[in-house]
Design a protein around this ligand. Sequence first.
Ligand code: FES
Ligand code: FES
Length: 230
Amino acid sequence: MINEENAGKGAVNAVPVAKSPFTHASTSAQAAAAIGAIPPVLTEFNCPLCNKLYYSIGDLTKHYEECHPGRVVPRIVVLHINGKDCEVLVEPHWTLKRTLQFRLGLTGAKHMCDRGVCGSCTVIIDGRPVLSCTTLTVECEGKSITTVEGIAADPKWKPLIDAYCRWDAMQCGYCTPGFVVSAKALLDRNPHPTEEEIKEALSGNICICGTYPRHAQAIMEAALKMSAEG
Ligand code: FES
Ligand code: FES
């Protein structure tokens, strides 16, 4: 059992936990680099249909009129992601997951079922966990989006990443970003969740490897450490 006294100390250390190769330092550095690489303003406009490169949206629009008449011209959307505004060029039917992965290089939201079932693509929009595979990018303009990269890069959430690593709450790790995002959304609204509340909050996340018990342990340990740190 974890309590404030033993969190991160003897009793928790006594639990046999495999040593994870991941650390907060390695994940946060990678996440910060990915966020930092996103340009705030678009300077290049690739045609999504034939990949020709243009240097203004006007030239791309002309190209559509000449070469792809009747097709909907991509549009520029300004997204507020991980505390940063950035322009992206998207087609109207693009999901947020696709935009994150293919336009912004944020690959933490994972592609698994692509139909709103598994939770691997979870992000936080305006404080709520949302499935990015069933959310259109154009719907997200003006909203605040947090991805797992933003959580990993934020020192406030080091206890959560540390706890996931310490408890080795992953096997292949493919589902883990979705779980971490759901956990962050839970801890934001309920800093001291019970095991039952954690299970309920994570009920939309599926782990094919079956790592479920360790998520609750990691999240309870993180909650204790975060409250102890104030
Ligand atoms: S990939 Fe979005 S819910 Fe499964
Ligand atoms: S750790 Fe492999 S799918 Fe969850």
